[in-house]
Design a protein around this ligand. Structure first.
Ligand SMILES: [Zn+2]
Length: 259
């Protein structure tokens, strides 16, 4: 699943290509986006900006209209010059926003809705998000408090809960716990506040670096059975949590990780 840093980069790329431009063509396989017509017609509007909220990508049009998309597992947005060959099959196309200079194409995006700014803030999917891990202003203490309210949860699962903090996915869950040297399976209630704060801080540092610079190589994610870059111990991996997402960790560096 794309994480907050990926969505942030996608939003920045779309913003560069589309902001300030007039939409000349709008197509979608989602009837809720195209049938509206009238007041909700997108062609003719100007793209004001594109930004991200957690894993939600928001395209803001003139006249108080917002297109919210969520990538889930396989969705992505591409930018093409008009007439350029797409890199994914037409069958995967979900939305096309055409301007004279660029076309933005959403492939395999499962969630899309048009809304006003006000209704967007009322939407539970957005309203109930925790603080955005990538936001310029970030209330780390609030995130630590939200995580600590889930005392019985494993820290790795609490990091994935978007009500605690928005934007962290499976990759940076494992990576930030490694950097902070915390056992992914430790119950939140057993961890000192400063340890939870260290994990949150690691997640923010790693994800901001990934969002704004070239994505780094990973320390543990996807490296099961290979030597820890710090101590040489084999990286362990195991399914964890409700959705059985694979957690990677170093059993030695992340002391207490005995499973
Ligand atoms: Zn290690």
């Amino acid at each position: 699943m794309p994480e907050g840093d990926t969505i942030f980069r996608a939003a920045r790329t779309l913003n560069r290509a589309l902001a300030g431009r007039t939409v000349t063509r709008f197509d979608s396989v989602f009837s809720q986006l195209t049938r509206a017509g009238g007041d909700l017609r997108i062609a003719g509007r100007t793209v004001e900006r594109v930004d991200a909220r957690g894993k939600h990508l928001l395209i803001w049009f003139s006249g108080d209209l917002v297109l919210r998309t969520h990538m889930r597992m396989h969705g992505s947005w591409h930018i093409y010059r008009p007439g350029e060959r797409w890199q994914r099959p037409h069958a995967d196309m979900r939305i096309v926003i055409g301007t004279p200079e660029f076309d933005a194409v959403a492939f395999s995006v499962p969630v899309a809705e048009l809304t006003s700014a006000r209704d967007l803030e009322r939407n539970p999917a957005v309203r109930e998000l925790g603080p955005d891990i990538l936001a310029a202003r970030f209330d780390a203490a609030e995130v630590v408090a939200r995580i600590q309210a889930m005392a019985g949860e494993a820290i790795a699962d609490a990091l994935l809960d978007q009500h605690n903090v928005a934007g962290i996915g499976n990759i940076f869950k494992s990576e930030s716990l490694f950097v902070a040297r915390v056992d992914p399976f430790a119950r939140v209630g057993t961890l000192p506040t400063e340890t939870v704060a260290r994990v949150v801080d690691a997640a923010r540092s790693l994800m901001r670096a990934s969002a704004t610079q070239r994505p780094p190589g990973f320390s543990v994610y996807g490296r099961g059975g290979r030597p820890c870059r710090r101590c040489g111990t084999s990286i362990a991996h195991r399914k964890q949590g409700e959705n059985a997402r694979v957690t990677y960790w170093c059993p030695r560096c992340q002391a207490g990780a005995t499973r």
